[in-house]
Design a protein around this ligand. Sequence first.
Ligand SMILES: [Zn+2]
Length: 280
Amino acid sequence: MAPSDAHTRRALAPVICYPTDTLPTPDWRLIKTLRQDSELVKTIEIAPRSARTFEVPAGHFFRIVSTEGPQVGDLNLWAKDNLQERFFSGKTRALHGTHVSTGDRLWSCLPYMRPMATITDDSLDWYGWDEYGGSVHDVIGTRCDPYTNYLLQGNQYHHCCHSNLTRELVTQLGLSVDEAEAAVHDVLNVFMCTGFTKDTHQYFMKASPVRPGDYLEMMAEIDLLCNLSTCPGGDCSSEHSSDVTLCYPLLVQIYKPQEQVLEDFIPATVNGYNRKHDIR
Ligand SMILES: [Zn+2]
């Protein structure tokens, strides 16, 4: 039985958990200067249903580009020399909301909790929110994985984003499957259009609005190791754990700023909490 004052309780106005007005903001003047005369130093093409790792030094930019057709990408980030420090999708969501765009930052896990990357440009900024409550580039969807697929479909499928990211870590870093799977974490769903249904509040996806030429660009706040998977869901308009959907490659471009400007760039420092936790 609901209490007699149920209506009053439900009618209480919500309060933002983490107001961001005291959060350090990106230095846009420096970012503009760094980006202005930067040069394209590397491109990486990621074939459909696979993943590629790439390193981005602090102060450099990386752009994820749609080339041939609508394709969603699942992105993992680590501090280059420390796989323990990884992208913290949950706290990024708590700070910036369910979907991220220009000016938002991708934060690392505890106890490091510092910005790993700042989103500096997003050609899908125009999308905003649709009538279903959907938007682009979410930090709610974890990643497609063969375990959930097995529970729901009962088959063995090996090209979910979780497997693509794992396989790439095994190949490139020489990790065991156990080590690689433990290092893979909840992603930023690049170009994916998602939300929660208004009636049942379930996670939904719909065809990504991304078109060839669209991009999401970020500046590395620390030296990064990145791993990007081309989701087997393609544009994620129907399903995502099979070989049924049409998939396309994604391109990553890495831009290096001019040396003299880069000298002024200070990488993000680890979180200032003293880690005492009142442990005696
Ligand atoms: Zn996926």
